[in-house]
Design a protein around this ligand. Structure first.
Ligand code: NDP
Length: 249
């Protein structure tokens, strides 16, 4: 594979499992030095550090709760001190707390909005401080087709992901003059720990609803993120790229 991100520095939030891990691996494979954040997966971060830095040092792991302003500041202070630049931010960390609205607690609403939307705002706001003086940057938010289609039991999640689309567009307009491009990738169903928990019957119903007849692999999402981070995507900003096998058609 062409090392099209050679010399660049990236941050991937929630970069030790699922889609975030695939994005971290892909960007590192393409030559970027990747800072991957983790919250509860500290053992996994340790394993990955040993695996990925065996030959060459190309990934670092930072502990952070994405909703905590102090953690965000501390991570960027480390990046500024060590790498002295930041080219790519991928806001991937996300959570769900599914329940019908009639029974949804304010805590469940706030937790999902805080992680998925406020978290992305905090990371983008801080990242931009490093990107503005460089007059270069790529911010990629991981949304969801649920933010476009809606879904029963996911009002909090759908609102947070729809909010990310608006955040993407507004930031794209604010930052275009400084050559900082901001886009959103909206996956449908992806094979991760989350989808593995579904019953065989639920998985069958999902496959039948998807024109391509299968869920995505995390690598298929990472491929689109990698494209948006690459020099080839130099004229794309403010967009939401749906990667759902046709589910939302
Ligand atoms: P997982 O549930 O496998 O992983 C969630 C990731 O987010 C973990 O790395 C976790 O870190 C991190 N995270 C959650 N809360 C916090 C927090 N408060 N602070 C810091 N990190 C946090 O998720 P997926 O890989 O399935 O999803 C990744 C993204 O893709 C999410 O934004 C999700 O909404 C989106 N998406 C997923 C789809 C799917 O089908 N899987 C479909 C569409 C969108 P840790 O493990 O360290 O706690």
């Amino acid at each position: 594979m062409e090392r099209k991100l050679q010399g660049q520095v990236a941050v991937v939030t929630g970069g030790t499992r699922g889609i975030g891990e695939a994005i971290m691996r892909r960007l590192a494979h393409e030559g970027a030095f990747v800072y991957a954040t983790y919250h509860t997966s500290s053992e996994r971060a340790k394993q990955l550090w040993e695996e990925l830095n065996r030959d060459t040092y190309r990934v670092a792991f930072l502990h952070a709760d994405v909703t905590d302003e102090k953690d965000v500041e501390r991570c960027f202070a480390t990046i500024q001190e060590e790498a002295r630049r930041l080219d790519i931010l991928v806001n991937n960390a996300g959570t769900t707390a599914d329940r019908l609205v009639v029974r949804m607690s304010i805590e469940e609403w706030d937790r999902v909005l805080n992680t998925n939307l406020r978290g992305a705002f905090l990371w983008a706001r801080t990242a931009v401080r490093l990107m503005l003086p460089q007059r270069y940057g790529r911010i990629i938010n991981i949304g969801s087709v649920v933010g476009i289609m809606g879904n029963v039991g996911q009002a909090n999640y759908a609102a947070s992901k729809a909010g990310l689309i608006g955040l993407t567009r507004a930031l794209a307009k604010e930052l275009a003059s400084r050559n900082i491009l901001v886009n959103c990738v909206a996956p449908g169903y992806v094979e991760t720990a989350m989808t593995e928990q579904l019953t065989e019957q639920q998985q069958k119903a999902i496959r039948e609803a998807i024109p391509l007849g299968r869920v995505a692999t995390p690598e298929e999402i990472a491929a689109v993120v990698s494209f948006l981070a690459s020099p080839e995507a130099s004229y794309i900003t403010g967009q939401t790229i749906i990667v759902d096998g046709g589910l939302s058609l």
